[in-house]
Write a protein that binds this ligand. Structure first.
Ligand code: ADP
Ligand code: ZN
Length: 531
């Protein structure tokens, strides 16, 4: 066994150099490839960008026969195959986008043993004609990509995946490798069970990126905060700044350039030529900053990205992890920095409510956002929270390389503060039949006689001025955390604040509300008081 494994190992390494032009394997790749080349089944769990493709591509090259890749991503097959062919790999695909003749050519190549890799959509494998075709050729390995699609409890369930267990029954001697970036233990078990791979070896790559320092700061003046972060810690470094809208991408890139930081914008509204030029400058130059929407980054493999900054809240922890994961691929210290504030919560909640999609879609989006907010509001280790989200065990004492570990936030009993906010919302609604946004609520609590307060007679409310013990920034922090905890909700296009079912228990003093203390900082743009 060791001898074949060793030969397999050196052949694999040769293929890595010759075909893909890489120096060395990453993480678990080598162990996975060795195992599969030797004929073993494998279940591989690796984060996105971790390098799953090589885990089946190299065994397909090294073992005799064709590697059959089952993938639900039909839209990507053409690109994947083109890229492989450009590297000299004999690859093809069969899917519904092809006409009869194109399909016949690929099938003939497979039967003649002229393909290293053949990509198929899962629904193909239900067809007798496909199974018949496969049994007339020689198969090196079956790769089942996006294997979590077999899980009925997951987001991406595809009934066609359930039929894939027949591969093991029909081809017991062909090794199978199932791959996914979805990490919960339950999904993992389901994959093994439903695909019928009880003896598969499991390779679980860690989701931890120890060289990335995670930091989330309260948002006050985001562009300025970003600038001092860059000046203080990343002068001359390459990095990515993510913004939600094209407009803020443009404005931020301009702002940085004006302040002496070389930065270019990247978003889907720019023409293809500009986008390509900015991307290639980023890859080529040493210290360029790209300010981008999430359109930027897929397939970008620049090892020395020193920071990823978020000026707006990502929609999910998966998105955050993927985007921040573009920092520090070379293993050197890097920073994931985000500015986060009340408006992020309001804006994202509004987006979900007014967005398209059915009720189930909205619920899912809301639960993704909730996990993201929990990460932002946690007083515990950020890395621990991230790892736990992906089903991995965090270090119980904390990582020592995130903001909450480095400067543990103070927490306080926020029950009274929460009651004050909620009663103000209740009073407005019950006594006046009115709903207002966070700005007005804070002005009422602080007892400010602003134009809008006078206009609506809000200085006559019994709650007027009951919150002078906290600053404006602190009240915004309280409201933000109530929104994050689901004790308050936003409604409509103006983002007015309304109670939730859970609010009642706070108003009735049935529960306590622990809150993070807002760090003391200078007053924000709105200054002075009218009263
Ligand atoms: P995944 O499918 O897990 O999301 P990919 O297989 O697409 O990840 O790989 C992500 C990126 O990493 C690709 O650009 C790939 O070429 C690169 N990559 C993978 N393995 C290696 C390696 N051993 N050395 C250098 N780059 C690698
Ligand atoms: Zn930590």
């Amino acid at each position: 066994v060791t001898e074949t494994a060793q030969t397999g190992g050196s052949e694999a390494l040769a293929a890595l150099h010759r075909v893909f032009g890489y120096e060395a394997f990453r993480g678990e790749q080598e162990a996975v490839i060795e195992h599969v080349v030797a004929g073993g089944d494998a279940v591989v769990l690796m984060p996105t960008g971790g390098g799953k493709s090589l885990c089946y591509q190299i065994p397909s090259l090294v073992r005799p026969g064709t590697g059959i890749v089952v993938s639900p991503l039909i839209a990507l097959m053409q690109d994947q195959v083109d890229a492989l062919r450009a590297a000299g790999v004999r690859a093809g695909f069969v899917n519904s986008t092809q006409d009869f003749d194109e399909r016949r050519i690929v099938e003939a190549e497979f039967l003649a043993g002229e393909l290293d890799l053949l990509y198929l959509a899962p629904e193909r494998l239900r067809l007798d004609s496909t199974l018949d075709l496969l049994s007339r050729g020689k198969i090196a390995v079956f790769a089942i990509d996006e294997a979590h699609c077999v899980s009925q409890w997951g987001h991406d369930f595809r009934p066609d995946y359930l039929a894939l267990s027949l591969l093991g029954e029909r081809w017991p001697d062909v090794p199978r490798i199932a791959l996914t970036a979805t990490a919960t233990r339950a999904t993992h078990q389901e994959i093994t069970q439903r695909l019928g791979m009880p003896t598969a070896r499991h390779f679980v790559a860690s989701f931890d990126r120890p060289n990335i320092q995670y930091r989330i700061v309260p948002k006050a003046d985001p562009k300025k905060q970003l600038l001092s972060f860059l000046r203080d810690e990343h002068a001359g470094d390459a990095g990515i700044v993510y913004c939600l809208s094209r407009k803020s991408v443009e404005a931020t890139a301009e702002f940085l350039t004006r302040n002496g930081v070389e930065a270019v914008p990247y978003h889907a509204g720019l023409d293809a030529g500009t986008r390509a030029a900015h991307q290639s400058r980023f890859l080529r130059e040493e210290g360029l900053v790209v300010v981008a929407t999430i359109a930027f980054g897929m397939g970008i493999d620049k090892p020395d990205v020193r920071f990823v900054a978020h000026l707006d809240l990502p929609k999910s922890v998966e998105g955050y992890y993927q985007e921040t994961g573009r920092a520090g691929r070379d293993g050197l210290p890097s920073t994931a920095w985000m500015a986060y504030g009340l408006n992020d919560v309001i804006q994202q909640r509004k987006l979900i409510q007014s967005g398209e999609g059915d009720e189930a879609f909205r619920r899912r989006a809301a639960s993704h956002l909730d996990s993201m907010l929990a990460l932002c509001e946690t007083a515990q280790c950020r890395r621990g929270q991230l790892l736990a989200y992906f089903g991995q065990d965090p270090d119980p004492v904390g990582c020592g390389n995130c903001d909450t570990c480095l400067t543990p936030p103070e927490t306080m009993d926020g029950t009274v503060a929460a009651q004050k906010v909620l009663s103000t919302v209740v009073r407005l609604q019950r006594e006046r039949g009115q709903k207002f946004g966070a700005l007005q609520i804070v002005d009422i609590l602080l007892g400010k006689r602003t134009g809008k307060v006078i206009q609506f007679d809000h200085d006559q409310l019994s709650v007027f001025g009951i919150g002078e013990e906290l600053s404006e920034g602190e009240w915004r922090g309280v409201i933000r955390q109530l929104l994050a905890q689901g004790l308050l909700a936003v409604e409509g296009e103006y983002g007015t604040l309304v109670l939730t079912e859970a609010s009642g228990s706070v108003l009735r003093r049935e529960r306590e509300v622990p809150l993070r203390k807002e760090p003391k900082k200078p007053a924000t743009s709105r200054s002075g008081s009218a009263g």
